[in-house]
Design a protein around this ligand. Structure first.
Ligand SMILES: Cc1ncc(COP(=O)(O)O)c(C=O)c1O
Length: 413
């Protein structure tokens, strides 16, 4: 008889506790659920909880400016707009990311230029960036995908002294270290998502961090309709399209409490995932996450790549099916290849030769842009475990390892 290794459901993650409930009630009792005003006073920068939350973030990340927003998608749109972009400007980005990283570029009529990822660490490949830079390149977005920091120092070397900004998308990595700095503090501007499946959450929400006064000022303008009311400096208003990207007071109050827990939450996730790596490391044919004190992982998703040796014998879907039947939960097959999304392909068809762009029919052909590594990982070899969904325990990890061993033995891998 085949007995399932994992016979129960993993516990759902929930980081909201008593403190978050109490601080939300406190805000509710004031009746002021948002303190934002579009006028020439402090209200332009939000209510007391929003401002307190931003101060906390500035201290936590040791940066000059933190700007809260009502989602990280809003944050990315704000960041691109803060860079004084013109239609047709190019921004280099990987396709192996959540689509908002890319659609934020399109919001400003700029062109995403896709650069492939490294096969081993899934982050943007600095060597490929070299080939993609043109005189229209305005920025590079480095995504800390799955919680693993992109190599900002290498990217900086490549752009040398060119006027190209480095943006970090740290949505999945709120507390990862790269060479003794928290990732996101080593680029020109970056930030985090606080949606419900991130390490910590405010329901929806996000925050931008930067040390640049100009980028911070422009971000605050874009967040709150870009109205000139509070400004004497008209130059800041060039190319501004403002939105309502304002975070509510309750969310900000929750964010303050959540940040008190962040280090503990990340550390617990790291311990469990390192145990998983150690446990799986003796199995044939798995590429597992690498970590060092110089480059730490936040494990939003636990990434695994199957080797060709394994894939020659069994397809990824067969392996996943066996693991799922044995009770392993949270498995994903492939990730994102944003350059292949119809909405993106259509936009790219308009070419990169300024504005208005000429429709280039040839570019409409599917599959024109090739990012070999991302495509192979997506279509063939990548498996993720969505550890972000669960409050995993040592026992869960031990059973996941046991299940992998069982399936490997069964398939004679
Ligand atoms: C890498 C990345 N960028 C951007 C986003 C968008 O963040 P939000 O859902 O807060 O808008 C996400 C969300 O999952 C993400 O993972």
């Amino acid at each position: 008889m085949n007995i399932k290794t994992i016979k129960y459901r993993f516990k759902k993650k929930n980081t909201i506790g008593k403190q978050e409930i109490q601080s939300s009630i406190k805000v509710l009792k004031t009746g002021d659920l948002s303190g934002f005003m579009a006028s020439r006073n402090q209200g332009f920068l939000g209510g007391p909880q929003v401002r307190k939350f931003e101060k906390k973030l500035e201290k936590f990340y040791n940066v000059k400016y933190a700007i809260s927003v009502n989602s990280w998608t809003s944050g990315l749109i704000t960041i691109i707009g803060s860079l004084d972009v013109e239609p047709g400007d190019e921004i280099i980005v990987t396709p192996w990311t959540m689509c908002a990283t890319v659609t934020a570029i399109l919001h400003w009529n700029c062109i995403p230029i896709f650069a492939d990822i490294n096969y081993e660490d899934y982050c943007i490949d600095p060597e490929i960036i070299k080939k993609k830079i043109t005189n229209r390149t305005k920025a590079i977005i480095a995504v800390d995908i799955f919680g693993y920091p992109a190599q900002i120092d290498k990217i900086r070397k490549i752009i040398k002294k060119k006027d190209i900004k480095i943006i970090s998308d740290n949505a999945q990595a709120p507390y990862a270290f790269y060479k003794n700095k928290i990732s996101g503090t080593n680029s020109d501007i970056g930030g985090f998502s606080f949606n419900y499946h991130k390490h910590i959450n405010t329901g929806e929400g996000g925050a931008i961090i930067t040390n640049s006064k100009r980028l911070a000022q422009r971000s605050r303008l874009i967040r709150n309709h870009g109205e000139a009311a509070v400004l004497n400096n008209k130059k800041l208003l060039n190319n501004i399209l403002g939105y309502n990207f304002r975070l509510g007071e309750i969310e900000a109050a929750i964010g303050i409490e959540q940040y008190k827990k962040l280090k503990k939450i990340v550390s617990k996730r790291q311990k469990l995932c390192r145990k998983l790596t150690k446990g799986l490391s003796k199995l044939e044919g798995l590429v597992l996450p690498k970590e060092s004190p110089q480059r730490t992982h936040n494990y939003y998703i636990y990434p695994i790549t199957l080797s060709e040796k394994i894939l020659k014998r069994f397809s990824r879907s067969t392996i996943i099916k066996h693991l799922e039947t044995d009770g392993v939960q949270g498995l994903i097959s492939g990730y994102e290849v944003v350059h292949k999304f119809p909405m993106i392909e259509h936009k790219i068809a308009y070419g990169t030769k300024g504005f208005p762009w000429n429709i280039n029919k040839k570019n409409l052909k599917k599959g024109k842009i090739i990012c070999k590594n991302a495509e192979k990982l997506h279509e063939r070899s990548f498996i993720g475990i969505e550890v972000c969904l669960y409050e995993l325990s040592n026992k869960d990890i031990e059973l996941i390892i046991k299940s992998f061993y069982k399936i490997w033995k069964k398939l004679k891998l």
